[in-house]
Design a protein around this ligand. Structure first.
Ligand code: ATP
Length: 267
């Protein structure tokens, strides 16, 4: 996947428009897990929506597997809000995503059940979203995104509204699932720890205009659930570095609520 010189301005009723992205270059190799990290409004979601083909750049190019991307089964999208169909069961929700891909009903059911089992919800295929906890609903959303076996998995703060404990479990779950099927994964998060924990590369973005400041190789051994990755010197070093950069970005941005505050320097 390659973004080259990508810029995007959204028109606003104030007239001048918002420059969401300016001259963004990003190259992601096949099978890589990439976290997009940066303060609010720096264009993280806009990058995902461009890779998905939902919006087009004003200038520059976005190519996925050498082609201009368009939404479809090759793209799995997981949002912060789960966006499940409330009147449909867990199985129904996953089958719905497969409707175009697998016209045969039995095949569709087999595939849906396989992914429902993979995310640990085997006993809940007939349950409705309202009967599930937030963590379980997010697992349904993951199953739905993974079931089409997409080449690209796009995740926009998928664990932001889940409690801290479930979030840690979901992170491991996601790493396991991604290890099974190494699609390209783009993962937007505000959490520095989460960005490092999951990714091969962390893309640090800055606001006004939205741009890429740095791409950092994480370089921590996988599988990361088999040891205490947060205790590794590399993790601690990266965490301190990224926090420092984000704090500086936020404190020097006149449009930030924290502009000019003295928040100290120790993490
Ligand atoms: N459809 C739109 N119309 C107008 N402005 C938009 C639109 N989408 C995004 N923007 C603006 O573009 C900028 C980048 O938005 P984007 O949602 O990509 O940032 P983000 O880094 O994902 O933010 P957050 O972390 O708060 O979700 C913001 O200033 C936002 O207000």
């Amino acid at each position: 996947m390659v973004l080259q010189g990508v810029s995007k301005t959204f028109s606003s009723n104030k007239g001048s428009g918002t420059v969401a992205l300016k001259d963004v270059d990003l190259s992601v190799r096949d099978g890589a897990f990439v976290s997009l990290l940066g303060p609010s409004g720096c264009g993280k979601t806009t990058v995902l929506r461009m890779v998905n083909g939902l919006i087009k750049p004003d200038s520059g190019s976005v190519l996925v597997s050498g082609k201009v991307p368009e939404p479809g089964p090759d793209m799995g999208f997981v949002f912060q809000s789960f966006r499940l169909i409330p009147w449909s069961s867990v199985r129904g929700n996953v089958e719905f995503a497969l409707a175009d891909l697998l016209p045969d009903k039995a095949e569709r059911r087999e595939r849906a059940d396989r992914y429902i089992e993979l995310v640990g919800l085997k006993r809940f295929g007939d349950a409705y979203p309202s009967e599930l906890s937030g963590g379980m609903r997010q697992r349904v959303a993951l199953a739905r995104a993974l079931a089409t076996e997409p080449k690209i998995l796009l995740m926009d703060e998928p664990f932001a509204s889940i409690d801290a404990q479930t979030r840690e479990l979901m992170q491991i779950e996601l790493m396991r699932l991604w290890t099974v099927r190494r699609s390209v994964a783009l993962f937007v998060t505000h959490s520095v720890d989460e960005a490092i924990l999951l990714a091969d590369q962390v893309v640090l973005m800055g606001p006004r205009p939205g741009r890429i400041l740095e791409v950092i190789d994480v370089g921590l051994e996988r599988p990361r659930w088999s040891y205490d990755v947060r205790a590794e010197p590399r993790f601690i070093e990266l965490r301190a570095y990224l926090w420092d950069r984000i704090r500086t970005l936020v404190l020097t941005d006149p449009e930030s609520d924290f502009y000019g505050r003295d928040l100290g320097s120790a993490v």
